[in-house]
Design a protein around this ligand. Structure first.
Ligand code: 5GP
Length: 194
């Protein structure tokens, strides 16, 4: 088991409805040392790519994006969830359905912060059905930037997102892939990775 898998086993809680709660260290209370280790690990995996921006989605993606961006020495850009229907033409817009809240949000990124010269690493805390990542990919591509790769802390391998993104041909690295969880026993099975 790698460092993140070990932490999930120690402090993660399996909830009914295919939800893994990791709010004591990843997305509510945040363990800064763990985040720094995640930053170093994604840097190691993508260091041969000419990354100029780390792109994520608010809120919990920001905590992952920050240490990754620090390792690369580049800015974080995060897509904002917007309630406004009167968006002006200065924004890239994508529609994203939330797995946890079951609602749809428009997410926006200012055109000032992504351009065709950019080489983007997209990161997020979870990958479930892939809506969040597909929204971020469509924003990056609308800007003309190159999507160099995607980095996910926890992929739920029994949901469709990982397969969809890999089939589209994007390099996707997930630090932990959960292939099964049992809410009654509280057990978690991880996919064996190299
Ligand atoms: P997707 O768009 O891939 O269906 O879902 C990704 C988003 O849903 C992530 O940004 C994450 O915030 C949230 N999410 C999906 N599954 C889980 C889960 O099991 N636990 C938690 N805490 N968040 C999840």
């Amino acid at each position: 088991m790698n460092f993140l898998e070990e932490r999930i086993v120690k402090d993660g809680v399996v909830k009914p409805g295919n939800v893994l709660k990791v709010d004591s260290f990843l997305n509510h209370q945040i363990d800064i040392s763990l985040m720094d280790e995640i930053g170093r690990e994604f840097h190691r995996r993508f260091q041969d790519k000419p990354i100029t921006k780390v792109l994520t989605i608010e809120t919990s993606g920001i905590a992952i994006a920050y240490p990754v961006a620090r390792e690369f020495g580049v800015p974080v850009v995060f897509a904002k969830k917007s309630k406004s229907i009167n968006l002006d033409g200065d924004m890239y817009v994508a529609e994203v359905e939330s797995f946890t809240h079951k609602n749809k949000n428009q997410v926006i990124v200012s055109k000032r912060f992504l351009s065709p010269e950019d080489h983007v690493l997209i990161v997020d805390d979870f990958l479930a059905n892939g809506c969040a990542l597909q929204g971020l990919i469509s924003i990056a591509e609308a800007s003309g930037a190159t999507v160099e790769g995607l980095g996910i802390a926890i992929e739920k391998g029994f949901q469709i997102g990982g397969r969809v993104i890999r089939n589209l041909g994007y390099p996707l690295e997930s630090l932990a892939i959960v292939d099964g969880m049992d809410p009654e026993k509280g057990t978690i099975q991880f996919r064996q990775q190299d």
